[in-house]
Design a protein around this ligand. Structure first.
Ligand SMILES: [Zn+2]
Length: 363
């Protein structure tokens, strides 16, 4: 995950911390300093470090449970809403996903229970005064663990609760449908949390915005990569496309533009090699500046992204992000198709509507 620092590693899993988590720590330390000076800031930082340790233990709850099912994790990233472990694949069976998702919050419940027992009192009301430095640090830590468990059980991706919900639904429904329903419920919860945050304290607003963004992004990504799993770029690419020759002039490019409804045109050399991409807007820009006999080559986007036809579609979608189109090449660099936002959208639609159709050529 970008914007993360590596802290160390345990049993082959690197522990990384996201910059937003550090911002949260800095904000809490600063608030304590303003209200109680250096001692309060020190106590707050110690307290936050203890919570941080509990979040790490939470993540290792997931990681060690996943390992029972043969799933390994190379890194875990800590975010303000908890942590994200990059499992090398998701559990196949719904009950496995359920156990892996529950193992994290279960660690926090165990820590909270152990601390409450050690304190000899159950004080969940401490939850409302987590930032009160006059309270016993262990009581606050117990309450914080209760909070971590409850917060992570919010049924919205990417929280554990979202995965628990999906896994529970997947026990009765096809996985794709379970994901869509869980994503829909999750977005609703994220929206409600965002709305409640407006009337709450600043930290709730901060969390709500983060959850809203993360939940809707993750929901879309989850739905997209679910549908794309097992498909290759070759399955999704457009093959009936008009290409423009590398040596063409502006007049020929305009004719191709008029003859098709394409918005992106691959530009190919005489031997079929992909030279770059022309957008509709590139041709229109060229029209303003050049005559019809001027070469089109200077207007071609030479750095246009390319992908192998055999590449897995789910990974390619992540890289596609800001691109308008990707040239699809065979092993010799010859253009075999074009991957566009529209062609990805179409295969997703079909894969979502008819998950029973075996569209993929892989596995
Ligand atoms: Zn978790």
């Amino acid at each position: 995950m970008r914007w993360s620092l590596t802290l160390g590693s345990f049993k082959g899993t690197a522990v990384r911390i996201h910059i937003t988590f550090l911002l949260l720590l800095a904000w809490i330390g600063f608030s304590a300093y303003r209200s109680g000076g250096a001692p309060a800031a020190r106590d707050s930082v110690i307290f936050i470090t203890l919570i941080f340790a509990c979040v790490v233990l939470h993540e290792f709850g997931h990681i060690l449970m996943a390992r029972r099912f043969g799933i390994f994790s190379t890194e875990v990233t800590l975010l303000p809403i908890g942590g994200v472990a990059n499992l090398d694949h998701m559990p196949e069976k719904p009950y496995q996903e359920l156990l892996v998702a529950l193992a994290g919050p279960a660690v926090n419940v165990v820590i909270a229970a152990a601390l409450f027992i050690a304190l000899g009192a159950f004080q969940p009301e401490t939850l409302a005064q987590l930032d009160d430095p006059h309270l016993n640090v262990l009581a606050r830590l117990a309450a914080a663990n209760l909070f971590l468990a409850l917060f992570n059980m919010i049924p919205a991706f990417p929280m554990d609760g979202g995965r628990v919900l999906r896994a529970a639904l997947a026990m009765w429904l096809p996985r794709g449908k379970a994901t869509r329903i869980a994503a829909f419920i999750g977005q609703g919860f994220a929206f409600a949390l965002g709305f409640l945050g407006l009337f709450g304290n600043p930290i709730l607003v901060f969390i709500a915005i983060f959850v809203y963004i993360a939940a809707s992004g993750e929901a879309q990504m989850t739905v997209a990569s679910e549908a794309a799993r097992g498909l290759s770029v070759a399955d999704a690419m457009e093959t009936r496309i008009a290409a423009i020759a590398w040596g063409a002039d502006l007049g020929e490019a305009v004719e191709t533009l008029l003859a098709t409804s394409q918005d992106q045109f691959p530009v190919v050399a005489a031997d079929g090699r992909f030279m770059g991409l022309l957008d509709r807007s590139d041709i229109i820009e060229a029209l303003k500046a050049d005559d019809r006999s001027a070469p089109i080559a200077p207007h071609v986007q030479r750095d246009a992204p390319t992908v192998s036809a055999a590449a897995p579609l789910d990974e390619t979608i992540e890289k596609f992000a800001g691109a308008s189109a990707m040239g699809v090449l065979d092993a010799d660099g010859v253009l075999v198709g074009l991957l566009t936002r529209q062609s990805i959208g179409e295969i997703m639609l079909i894969a979502n509507l008819r998950p029973d159709w075996r569209l993929g050529r892989r596995g």
